[in-house]
Write a new protein. Sequence first.
Length: 94
Amino acid sequence: MKHILHLILITMLVAISQVHADEYTLGIEDVISVSVWEQPDLNSTVTVGPDGTVTLPQPVGIIRAEGATTPQISDAIREKLAPYILGELHIAVQ
């Protein structure tokens, strides 16, 4: 039951964040929060650096963030995690 509630919460957060996500592109010094369901070691809050990238825990590593929307960041994280995590990935980027 706890996992179902957690999944519902993440789904709601993703839906809420996507309402405005398509309208805003990230810039240098923007702060984003990344949550990966059932992967607490991958959750983090990071700042877009002067080079336009963010560094997330391995195996994700460095992702280009400047000029990207939060759904694009989520897709980039999903792409990097796909070889390491089986099943559907639920990622929230805010």
